[in-house]
Write a protein that binds this ligand. Structure first.
Ligand SMILES: [Zn+2]
Ligand SMILES: [Zn+2]
Length: 374
């Protein structure tokens, strides 16, 4: 799916939801197998168009697509942890929503192998890895094609044959009389379970499924700037479908561990830095650790508590790859406590010089005991 979704639908990236819907309807009519005479090229295009519409018609997924491209678009629903389940159906569901039944698995076509389900995994990342990007392995229990039968499900040396019951259509139709008149119902063929083919000698290794469960590990490229809630799509890394059906996709949901100091505000990082009263009043150079390393943070004389310094370009890189956010350091001035006698006297002199009223020295019994222990 290399082509741009907007381009596939023939609309501009600023198209309204109505324009997108209209474009999809028009293309779907044009490319639908009934209209195109089952031309495989049209069918392939229809599938692409349907995927594009599925994403762009959902405001949240469209936003993510705009931000991250196809990799960023996650399908919410899925068959997580159930690689043999039937997670698919997205395209024909969508089709049915528009045309009322009869999608690809419809009357004229054999059911055939279905694409395997999409899988979902959650990937926990360290804060700095999410900021700068990384490569991480993810393991997933998935269905892979059976080596012994090369995914066919038939024992080596044999092959599947057309189902007699449904003539390879994958479904059977029944006509029955009801009070409303004659009704035709179509249901998956019970003999071949909708596959259109039957296997007389199933492969011993996979029991005729053409696939088996395996623990697989994939290396995932994590782009710089992802955050909790980001989803990466690994096309074709989902489970294999039965008997040579294609692979679903693998969705990797990112969760970022908290950092002891930094918080994220979109692409900015936020931190607090404590300085002493004297440093705030007289100014200071402080060794300050950013995610990129140590820097000299200059506290100018007279810095008030709460003041925010902005270190440009020391924040989170934009996922689209241009520029970085800033690092905002808020200064908190510590008021000294547990003063020694000498410090106490110096501060009193300081207050007197500025004509400031301060509380008298603590000459109570407990106060004297306290100072005796200093
Ligand atoms: Zn097999
Ligand atoms: Zn059948």
């Amino acid at each position: 799916m290399a082509r741009d979704y907007y381009e596939l639908l023939g609309v501009s990236p600023s198209a309204s939801p109505e324009e997108i819907k209209r474009a999809y309807r028009r293309l779907a009519r044009e490319l639908h197998p009934d209209a195109s005479g089952g031309n495989p090229e049209s069918e392939a295009r229809f599938k692409e168009v349907a995927v594009a519409y599925e994403v762009l018609s959902d405001p949240e997924r469209r936003r993510r697509y705009d931000m991250f491209g196809p990799e960023g678009v996650g399908a919410g629903a899925g068959a997580a942890g159930d690689p043999f389940g039937f997670g698919g159906g997205g395209i024909s569901d969508l089709f049915n929503a528009f045309f009322g039944g009869g999608g690809f698995a419809g009357d004229r076509r054999a059911g055939g192998p279905t694409r395997g389900p999409d899988l979902e995994v959650v990937l926990e990342l360290d804060f700095a890895d999410a900021v700068f990007g990384t490569q991480q392995p993810v393991s997933v229990r998935t269905a892979v094609p059976c080596d012994t039968c090369e995914g066919s499900g038939a024992a080596p040396g044999t092959s599947a044959r057309r189902c007699d019951e449904c003539g390879g259509q994958g479904q059977v139709r029944r006509v029955r009389q009801s009070i409303l008149g004659q009704m035709v119902t179509a249901s998956p063929c019970p003999r071949c379970s909708g596959m259109g083919e039957v296997i007389d000698s199933p492969c011993a290794d996979c029991g005729g499924e053409g696939r088996k469960l395996e623990e697989k590990s994939y290396r995932v490229d994590i782009p710089a700037g992802v955050d909790t809630g980001s989803t990466l799509r690994l096309s074709g890394r989902g489970a294999a479908g039965p008997r040579g059906g294609g692979h679903g996709d693998l969705y990797v949901h990112v969760e970022v561990r908290a950092h002891p100091r930094f918080k994220r505000q979109a692409y900015d990082l936020v931190d607090e830095q404590r300085v002493s009263m004297a440093q705030a009043a007289l100014g200071a150079h402080i060794k300050y650790e950013t995610l990129d390393g140590s820097e000299d943070l200059v506290i100018p004389p007279g810095t008030q508590s709460g003041r925010v310094f902005r270190l440009r370009g020391r924040g989170v890189p934009h996922v689209e790859g241009r520029g970085r956010g800033d690092l905002l350091v808020q200064i908190l001035v510590d008021v000294p406590t547990n003063l020694s006698r000498e410090e106490d006297e110096l501060l009193r002199q300081f207050a007197a010089a500025r004509g400031e009223e301060v509380a008298p020295p603590d000459n109570s019994f407990f106060g004297r005991i306290r100072s005796a222990f200093r």
